[in-house]
Design a protein. Structure first.
Length: 349
């Protein structure tokens, strides 16, 4: 038996040396360490040997079995390591391959304009506040002096949302302007306030070169004691100069918005022809940029501000109009058409 065992050891070890993958290794394990393997059989047969032989053969059989087990473990480790190295090598970076350019996102021209407007007003002491795009009828209309049935509702073609609160008789809509933020903010704040409120607005409108169903506005609101029309004019003059050039002039003309009294439409002198009349200003020399006015006493009361003590001004402007005027973009639909050829033109700004 001793001879057989030493022979077995040599054969098994030679075979193990030739094994290079896990499948073959498993076959080897079954053959030399499995239940029916020669070594296991030998161990079982020990009892039939004489005491003397049993001691020698037993020691050797166990030694061989231990040797097989540790060689097996070692081999398994070796194969796993080799397989890992092979897999890593296959995935390794080939530094000779040409690189792929990273495409970076940039700021949309509307975002750039909106940030610029907000920066100008921030530098004048205004604070930026944002609010919801889905709005209650109350904030978008009622609280701004535009009750149900008021003819001024026609000024805002409204996208109603299919959700209503019949108990409280409230309906929802996509805000048609940023003005509801005046009311929302004043429910939480007390004068003095100087606020700028940028965001998306929606209209139920067929699109054309000047209309989109979604666009952006920036709303402004200042409430304090002794605020006058002169403050409104000074603030908007300064905005026009910082935004469109130091030599800009501004024109105020009477206009109607139910939430201000008096209401004005503000225009700047055309920065292309300097007021002479050109294509950009349709020959008039003036470009309308926003609506504004002194906050209506009823609106002030709704804000819980006594009109005998407080007064304020408000304004609202379309944001897309700014890059359209500046860069001569003739169609507002380019802004949200997602055509990179259009958007890429504004990457340098
Ligand atoms: N919300 C108005 C609109 O979308 C613009 C506007 C006009 C805002 C006068 C104002 C304002 O705050 O005082 O047409």
């Amino acid at each position: 038996m001793i001879d057989k065992l030493s022979q077995l050891k040599t054969v098994a070890e030679t075979e193990l040396n030739a094994v290079t993958d896990t499948r073959r290794l498993e076959e080897w394990r079954v053959r030399y360490l499995g239940k029916k393997s020669a070594i296991m059989q030998a161990l079982r047969e020990l009892s039939s040997l004489s005491l003397e032989e049993r001691r020698k053969a037993g020691a050797l059989a166990n030694e061989v079995k231990d040797a097989f087990e540790s060689s097996y473990k070692q081999k398994l480790e070796g194969i796993k390591q080799a397989e890992l190295e092979l897999a890593t090598a296959a995935k390794a970076l080939d530094v000779t391959l040409p690189g792929q350019p990273e495409s970076l996102g940039r700021l949309h021209p509307t975002t750039q304009a909106m940030r610029e407007v907000c920066q100008v007003f921030t530098s004048l002491g205004f604070e930026t506040v944002e609010g919801p795009e889905v709005e209650w009828d109350y904030y978008n209309f009622e609280a701004l002096n535009i009750p149900k049935g008021h003819p001024a509702r026609d000024m805002w073609a409204t996208l109603w949302v299919d959700f209503a609160d019949p108990e409280k008789q409230r309906s929802m809509l996509m805000r048609t302007h940023t003005s509801p933020m005046q009311i929302r903010t004043m429910e939480k704040r007390r004068p003095p306030v100087r606020l700028i409120m940028p965001g998306k607005t929606y209209r139920y409108e067929a699109t054309d070169v000047r209309h989109e169903w979604m666009f952006h506005q920036v709303e402004g609101l200042a409430i304090d004691k002794n605020i006058t029309m002169a403050d409104l004019k000074g603030t908007l003059f300064e905005f026009a100069r910082r935004m469109f050039g130091a030599d800009r002039k501004a024109r105020f003309r009477c206009d109607y918005f139910p939430f201000v009294e008096p209401g004005v439409e503000v225009a700047i002198d055309c920065f292309i022809c300097k007021g002479q009349g050109c294509r950009l200003c349709s020959g008039s020399g003036w470009i309308e940029i926003l609506g504004a006015g002194m906050v209506h006493p009823d609106v002030l009361r709704r804000m819980d501000c006594d009109p005998a003590v407080y007064s304020g001004f408000a304004f609202g402007m379309g944001v897309e109009r700014i890059p359209m005027l500046r860069y001569g973009i003739e169609d507002i639909r380019h802004f949200y058409g997602n055509d990179l050829r259009f958007l890429k033109q504004f990457w340098g700004f």
